[in-house]
Ligand binder design. Sequence first.
Ligand code: HEM
Length: 124
Amino acid sequence: MNDITTREDIKLMVNTFYEYVQQDKELNHLFNEVAKLNWETHLPKMYDFWETILFHKPVFKGNPMKVHMDLDNKTKLKKENFDTWLVIFKKTIDELFVGELADLAKQRAESVAMSIQLNTVYKK
Ligand code: HEM
């Protein structure tokens, strides 16, 4: 197995991750029924997000904190949703890649998950 080195790798990572997400009842509900997500526009945004994080390519334009706070205002997000999200994300990485950037992706997902939770699940 190799590390994450190209945008193609990121596409594989993101697409595989969301295939697993669809299989989880609660996450599937949040993405498809609550957010009514347009996958065609969401997926490229996620490729950009990970390219910016992993390859330091400044292509991502977005505001992850705001989108998750908006989602939380529609339906309260739970700690368990983030736990499941992270389990699926790490499983996806471990099935496909090994290396420094694979490790970094898992770390960054954890820290973004924590900061989003501070403004949603644990907000006062
Ligand atoms: C409970 C767990 C999560 C749920 C249900 C969730 C759901 C969503 C939804 C529905 C959107 C699209 C919002 C929209 O375009 O209207 C979104 C965007 C996004 N999510 Fe999550 N998310 C979760 C956790 C995470 C985590 C842990 C990360 C960290 C890597 C993350 C990264 C992003 C990014 C980068 C975007 C794009 C932001 C933008 O367009 O500005 N999400 N998420």
